[in-house]
Design a binder for this molecule. Structure first.
Ligand SMILES: Nc1ncnc2c1ncn2[C@@H]1O[C@H](COP(=O)(O)OP(=O)(O)OP(=O)(O)O)[C@@H](O)[C@H]1O
Ligand SMILES: [Mg+2]
Length: 234
């Protein structure tokens, strides 16, 4: 019962990984990852290309299956939860933003943001009203009737963030959210991610190659060859 809410030094654990492993064929890409993330914490995930960062994020998001170990998010045990419980978790509690935005090209900016709410069964009018609130929060009100191919990279990521957060998730997974943006646009996106996750009490796990991006995080976790490692110090 509520194992994921175990108290840890006064903090509430929201995401727990215990000895998580995953292989592709005979190649182990996650090799026993253990990690505890508190509710509302912002964690940066760094490491060389191929070290397993995206795989780990995809396992947390319920997109990839893992072979061994335990992942708990809140009170849901991902390894033993039913398909229905996993779908509910993915739709209601977890949201993801990616390096290449993944917006739906045939929907306007506002419709993109409101779309997950429709999937959650919220009536269209209400979904669009909520979407508009998120246009404001992400600074996109003046662009909400545009289509993704008419947007700048920064605007596309703002739209992806609005879409991710409109449904009120508790966990935001971000895979190199500034990886395709110039540094000043990326900086503004980082500020936005920090403000919104702080305001809404959202737990953030952000994969990044940029040391400067870690400034919005409480802690950095380093990965190497599928494992969490101590950072290499000079
Ligand atoms: N579907 C797949 N089939 C086979 N191997 C895969 C698959 N997806 C990922 N891998 C392998 O798993 C390893 C970890 O990949 P992952 O994408 O998690 O790395 P990453 O740390 O996110 O790297 P990057 O910084 O380049 O994005 C890599 O060696 C990759 O080639
Ligand atoms: Mg990756």
């Amino acid at each position: 019962m509520f194992q994921g809410l175990a108290r840890l030094g006064g903090m509430t654990a929201y995401v727990t990984l215990e000895h998580v492993s995953k292989s592709y064929g005979d190649r182990e890409v996650l090799a026993g990852v253990s990690l505890v993330i508190s509710a509302g914490e912002r964690v940066a995930l760094m490491g060389p290309s191929g070290s397993g960062k995206s795989t780990l994020l995809n396992c947390l998001g319920g997109i990839d299956r893992f072979d061994r170990g335990v992942i708990r998010i809140g009170d849901v045990d991902l390894g033993s939860a039913s398909g229905e419980a996993l779908t509910r978790l993915r739709r209601k509690q977890i949201a993801t933003v990616f390096q290449f935005f993944h917006l739906l090209p045939t929907l306007s900016v506002l419709e993109n943001a409101a779309f997950p709410l429709l999937l959650n069964g919220i009536p269209e009018k209400e979904a669009l009203a909520k979407g508009r609130e998120w246009m404001e929060r992400t600074g996109l009100t003046h662009r909400m009737t545009a289509y993704p191919d008419q947007l700048s990279g920064g605007e596309m990521q703002r739209c992806a963030i609005a879409r991710a957060l409109a449904a009120g998730p508790k966990l935001l997974l971000a895979d190199e959210p500034t990886g395709n943006l110039d540094s000043s646009t990326g900086d503004k996106i980082l500020d936005l991610l920090e403000t919104l996750t702080r305001e809404q009490g959202i737990t953030l796990v952000m994969v990044t190659h940029s040391e400067t991006a870690t400034r919005i995080c409480d802690r950095t976790v380093h990965m190497l060859d599928g494992k969490v490692v101590e950072p290499v110090t000079a």
